[in-house]
Design a protein. Sequence first.
Length: 377
Amino acid sequence: MLGAIFTITLIADPLAIQVIATNHGLPVVSAAQKLRAQLATDFGLQVNSQVLVPGPSTAGSSAWLDKAAESLEQAQQSYARLESGPTLALLLEVEEATKSHIDDTEAALLLAKALRLRGLTYLFMEKSQDATAAFTTAHFIDGEFSPDADQWPPEARLAYADAGAQSRQQAAGSLSIHVQPGAAAVWVDGKPVSIGSTTVTDLGAGAHYLLITSAGYEPMGAVVSVRGNAMLDQASIFLETADDKMGLLASALAEAVDGPREQLIAAQVAAVLEGTHLLVVQSQSVTSPASVIVLDLHGRRVGGAVPLVEATVAAQHIAGLLLGQPLPPPVAPAKPWYGRWYTWVAVGTVVAGGVVLGVLLGQDNPDRISFHLGGVQ
């Protein structure tokens, strides 16, 4: 999704290489290690000494989302009991749980719901200015929402509509965002805006949710204020390195390969590794042969997938791709002995011969002559 809107300039050895296995399986890791050794010894390429394998992955884990949804439900119950203090405290829990995940659509919508409930709570507390601020930010995240007349009182619907109209009428502002690492993805109010440092224009006055993510780093969510009126505001975000950074890099790339985020994640991994080409060794199943995907410094594929039947041939093919040399013809995956036609022809011949011999020996033929030592019977 973001691959078409960024270019990362890196100064590095163009032939530096990192081999990455997509899983811990022995066939894939072994194939990756053989390929790494072949590239280093036969072609003199600068190959990193270790093959990266995926570390523990939290992809697909929704514990934080479940917790946020539970807190929001409790906040709604508390609001129904007119308990403003506990309601605001629970809504703060929702905000903390979701602001580092607003690249997830469900999380962004959950946060917008929490902001709307915060606005309603402030209206009940007769804090109209705070209510307007909460409603305005909810508009930024979920501009399609329209209050239900059966659930919102008339004064609340009017306040929500006025907050959106006021934001649109006021002159927009800009936000200059400086991030490290340089290949980090930047999201504003749940929407992707850039890769790396950027200036976002046409932002309405009010609080905006900023999210910075990068493979190998802890994501960071923050709330930034934009003044509007054609003024420029600034924000600087520096991500912290995650524990087991190398394992997480391999995990992130393994999960992104063949998907819409492949180029983005590959570019981030290459940047963290200081500008290496990436060789991703993968296998579709335990029985299928491994193949190699070659990715350049910007996460773009170089050629097609290279079969990894023989490490020597695959290494020669990959070196050709990187060095611009003639490429060897691709090697078709070797068939197992039981898949070769001549094996079954030979087996069939032996079986057929055995059947004929068995039939002949089993017949009671009176003309059959038996030979014995010392004469003929």
